[in-house]
Design a binder for this molecule. Structure first.
Ligand SMILES: Cc1cc2nc3c(=O)[nH]c(=O)nc-3n(C[C@H](O)[C@H](O)[C@H](O)COP(=O)(O)O)c2cc1C
Length: 274
């Protein structure tokens, strides 16, 4: 039976023998095109889901750093117990902006020159380059009393910027927990920041010494019974001094005068006056 003659450019190419280089090239290009359409469609379709998951993950981390994750309720129900406010970092006061604090994106704000400032090299101990003018705080109250306050922190380790939260108790000095939700440090080395045993050491440590200076740090080696001022110290991550130093630096920056210190000191003195 005579073969049906395929017409047009595509038909012409398809009617070539399978080992013809023109047909091979055409099929390869066609395959790439189809695959790229599939991948782009999936990426566009999945983006809102990914954004929601990221937001959910942040909420889960805030619940975990405060210990609220053990309680009954959905993530949204438990998270609704927090009052979320924006702090003007230059004054340590609550900001009077009408930006919604829950949807405020501190990362995006720190990339925008309109909403952030450059940090001079000699002050940039956390190696973050720019700092957003506003930062969110998550306040957990019992009645009128502040039980915990969660502060976002970030700074450079060895390979990556570590993003996390520190929760501080209602005395604005005692740490309840520290937890990172994003980093790319090496698993087993710097990645041990996620080790529950290491994380457990933060509970009960103090931020400020009796002179009001930020004293909390990760030391080299272990904190033992003979360690002087152990209440401000946490074990170093073994084989990962550079990530350990990064954690110290980011805490010293964010709890210091260019970070939340003015806010924490304001809250301490308000507490003293009430
Ligand atoms: C492949 C590789 C990955 C590493 N990852 C880390 C890391 O994530 N964090 C870190 O502090 N050090 C890491 N190090 C080790 C550092 O280069 C450095 O030796 C170490 O921080 C020094 O800490 P130490 O004095 O406690 O050994 C890595 C080394 C290698 C070879």
């Amino acid at each position: 039976m005579a073969e049906t003659k395929k017409t047009g450019l595509i038909g012409g190419i398809l009617s070539l023998p399978n080992d013809d280089p023109k047909k091979t090239l055409f099929i390869a290009v066609l395959l790439c095109l189809v695959c790229s359409i599939l991948v782009s469609t999936a990426a566009v379709y999945l983006r809102p889901i990914q954004t929601e998951n990221k937001k959910d993950d942040i909420k889960k981390n805030i619940l975990a750093v405060t210990g609220l994750n053990d309680q009954a309720g959905t993530v949204d129900e438990l998270f609704s117990r927090f009052e979320v406010k924006l702090i003007d970092l230059s004054t340590g006061e609550y900001s009077d902006t009408d930006i919604d604090p829950v949807s405020y994106d501190q990362k995006a704000a720190s990339a925008d020159p309109q909403t952030s400032k450059n940090i001079p090299d000699d002050q940039d101990i956390a190696s973050i380059g720019r700092q957003a003018n506003l930062a969110p705080v998550y306040i957990l109250k019992e009645g009128d009393k502040v039980k915990q306050i969660v502060l976002p922190v970030h700074g450079y380790g060895l390979w990556s910027t570590l993003y996390g939260f520190i929760s501080i108790e209602g005395d604005y000095n005692t740490i309840k927990g520290l937890r990172f939700y994003q980093h790319a440090e090496t698993p087993g080395l710097g990645g041990e920041v996620d080790n529950p045993k290491w994380r457990a050491q933060w509970e009960g440590k103090k931020v400020f010494d009796e002179n009001g200076d930020v004293e909390i740090r990760v030391i080299r080696g272990h904190v033992g019974p003979d360690t002087v001022n152990a209440e401000y110290k946490v074990d170093g991550l073994s084989g990962a001094t550079l990530t350990s130093n990064g954690v110290t630096n980011l805490l010293q920056f964010w709890l210091g005068e260019d970070g939340f210190e003015p806010y924490l000191k304001n809250m301490q003195s308000e507490m003293g006056n009430s």
